[in-house]
Design a protein around this ligand. Sequence first.
Ligand SMILES: [Fe+2]
Ligand SMILES: [Fe+2]
Length: 331
Amino acid sequence: MKNIVFFSTFDPINNKIIDAIQDNNSSDTNYIFYMLFSRFSDSKTREEMIKVALKDLGIKYTIRYDFINQVDTIIELKKLLESISNGCISTYSVLILDEKSNLVDAEKICKINGKLNTKENFLDPSFDIRNLKNLDTKKTVIDYIVTHHLYFMSIVENNIKGKRLAHCVSVANTAYDIAISNKLANPDLFYIAGLLHDIGKQYDKKEALMIMEKYYRSYCCMPLWAYHQYTGAFLAKKYFPCINEECINAILTHSSGDSDLTSMQKIIYAADKIEPTRGYDSGDMIEACKKDYNKGFVYVFKTNIDFIENESGGCTSNLLTNKCKKCYLEQ
Ligand SMILES: [Fe+2]
Ligand SMILES: [Fe+2]
């Protein structure tokens, strides 16, 4: 039996941790996940997320937690290893996750004199997830975070409420699925852009105009319905300073379109129109986007323009939508 101890806050468990656990796993491995104190969610919640993340991966593990802050010194680490191993320390290894994962014999660690030579925060590796820089974890963990109102969700839910929140989560899921089926990198960033895309809808006309005049003066000529894409980008950056610039760009064009759109801009535009809670049968458009997001986007864009101009009697003529029509419909 191989016993591997892994110290972390697991707040929350992320892909780097999951990969290291899998890479060092074998049929006779028994993991001990030693959960350190963290202020961002309680230990029960973090345990649930570990269970959700490792479900069906064939990992044998037990979870232990004490209310200790960090394991900063070798002396603290030795004490913990001795208490975990009940004197059989030679059968224990410690999984160290820094730039890459390393298995170190527990006995060796106990013989070292000196300080732990590890990067700051290596025991708390999920800052980026909590602050929405990325959501680099299993989709089941992302769903858990969102449905249990953890981390960034308090800010999201203060700014997006009720049906609009359900729509945003649905756009996030649709965009994520489309990114996955098209084998695009970083599907978690598509989720973030979808989740936040309508965060700017909370402003009334007067407040929106003030932000437009101050930060997006050259787009004041856009119709009022498009203002929320600018106020949304403004708020997303304000509340989540680490947010990826690609997500901001996708929020900035999600209602108007534009020429030369990135994959994320196309997918967020499309997901916003076709997510399943919209209340019409959008199944074929979702399938088209999953098959090929470039073709799917053109299909959704054309359908949307036709609907607005022919059925609802609205006008789609504005600076950016005109550029989008020229780029994608008039080739
Ligand atoms: Fe919108
Ligand atoms: Fe929307």
